[in-house]
Ligand binder design. Sequence first.
Ligand code: NAI
Length: 301
Amino acid sequence: AGSELRFDGKVAVVTGAGQGLGRSHALLLARRGAKVVVNDRGGALDGTGASAGPAADVAELIGKEGGEAVASTDDVATPEGAQALVAAALDAFGRIDIVVNNAGILRDKSFGKMSVEEFDAVLAVHVRGSFLVSRAAFPHMKEQAYGRIVNTSSPAGLFGNFGQANYSTAKMGLVGFTKTLGIEGARANIKANAIAPVAWTRMTEALLPAEFESRFTPERISPLVAYLAHESCPVSGEVFSVGAGRVARVFVAEGPGWRTDDLTVEAIRDNWDAVMTEQPYLQPTALGEQATASLQAMLRP
Ligand code: NAI
């Protein structure tokens, strides 16, 4: 029980909000009282092309529902675009409290065939875009000693996926980005977290079985985004797997390990099972802690 979680007086930027997950996030935040900048370049799944339609449609829908929104077609992958996007929030609504970095593209290709261009293009939108938009918003969040950033990772990045060397690199990169942002934002009450969703959108409709469409809806992802974007969000630097209404914490852990004073190639071979052991794992939440926990294990007699 308890009261409804609201966003009255808060201003959110949602990137890639012209359709799919971002659209659903923007609608939910607006229905809960947030003023929203609906950003979307409106291109194809591979990032080519552009259209003002998708962002405008979602902003218009929010207005029809009685909410407040403006549309932006800024390209999050360029410094100018990211600056303009944050400026749009300040111009329209006078502040910025929430950034949902959701914009994304795909250029799937098996590794042997992946071009440098295909690698760079995907990192540019996901990693550079999240960096640039957060970077443009960060000084304003620091100034007001308040901010919430939600990044969009992926199971493909956390666990790997055939044909997605570029996308996996980007999505795991966002985990590191989220953790460091969480640490650096802490003093100014800026919290950063990430989601790793599974949902039926144009990005996945060709991959997921048809019967997933009704269960894996974007609307079953957005409540987690809203909670992580809310004032009452209890965590920072965390990653959550979410899909079809299920939410689970994902964490990076280190096994207990095995040590010897005489580490040789053969000793490693002969103790491989101990090296590979998972339990009891260490689960550091920052490099300082990782160093402490791992150093203790390294210094164990
Ligand atoms: P989508 O293709 O429906 O939405 C992505 C939106 O981002 C598009 O509307 C696109 O125009 C926009 N966009 C792309 N490049 C942009 C740029 N440079 N600047 C501004 N906007 C840009 O796909 P979906 O599924 O809604 O994806 C949203 C996010 O969730 C992406 O980051 C994706 O990688 C991630 N994700 C989705 C999963 C799923 O199951 N649908 C699984 C894991 C991650």
